[in-house]
Ligand binder design. Sequence first.
Ligand SMILES: [Zn+2]
Ligand SMILES: [Zn+2]
Length: 386
Amino acid sequence: MLYQFGPGHPFNPIRTKMTVDLLQCMGSLDDSYILTPRFAREEEILLGHSKDYVDFVKSIDDAGTLDGHAIDEELLLNYGIGTEDTPIFKNMHRAGLMAAGGTLEAIDLVLQGKAKHALSLMGGLHHALSGKGSGFCIYNDIVIGIKHILKNYHKKVLYIDTDAHHGDGVQWAFYDEPGVCTLSLHETGKYLFPGTGAVHERGSGAGYAFTVNIPLEPFTEDDSFIESYRESFEKVAEYFKPDIIITQNGADAHYQDPLTHLMLTMKSYHFIPKLAHELAHKYCQGKWVALGGGGYNIFQVVPRAWALIWLEMIHYQGRLDTLPRTWIEKWQKYWDGPIPEKWSDPQHPYEAIPRKEEISYKNEMNLKNALYSISNELVHKLDQRF
Ligand SMILES: [Zn+2]
Ligand SMILES: [Zn+2]
């Protein structure tokens, strides 16, 4: 709960609490599976961030000043801190250390063989750049975690990001790194922050063809999303043959999310972890670390979507129909709107999208184009060149 920008900010850590509580109310999360995250060490943060940026964040005191002096506007802008998206809050540096520590711990658990799968919902802060905070993210726990893998375990990492926003911070950190393949499915940057993630961003130098972007049209629905996700994830995993899969599970592509224009329902959020799980067992002896990310409808969407990741990880076999009454009643007190009663969304939860065919067709074309650089013909041609 340290990572909190304050009242009114859409990034609200209560989401994690509600998810854990939902699983506990169902009896599907044993206390022995919950670990208290450690704080990342500063040298670990420096794997992903420049020293001057970390020193800057560290030196901001709780009053939002530097040594009692107001911080220069230009400096704040330069470091992307104190903006509307990423305002200064109490214990900012320590909160960033904790989010990164959770991700590092999840990775160590899996790579040391203590668990096949691990979930850290405070992680997934995919926008932060080496020298800059961005889009609610102070330190990029994902970049730090993957650098930690490269440095200490020497494993090939497949990173897949299904947040509605492009996973830009992670992409740029590994743009020329052939040991890390990043795959991001997101609403096209034409209409949504951060604006990047076009198909032609494919990596550079030795990292060429190890960056894959699938931009989706606004108002994309389940079927088109699921097809794009399945096809790209399967092809990329087959091509890259990862040692470990890391998923960023932002839940802001749901039709009820207030910040984006994608129209997924819980059908997609059932399928997202299911496929990640299947491919982790197929290629990586199960090694799978799942992280949180965006998700701004905290009562109706995020707890259900994130609980499904855990249920998939424990190979949950029960029927998922209605949500536990105790959970609904407990959290209803904190919100005026209706909390859903079921795991699935209603059959036709919103008015039919008029351009459905066109949207699906555009997504299909984008998908083909995005996968071209790893298609058999091209990989074959590249092989012959060397
Ligand atoms: Zn997002
Ligand atoms: Zn498994």
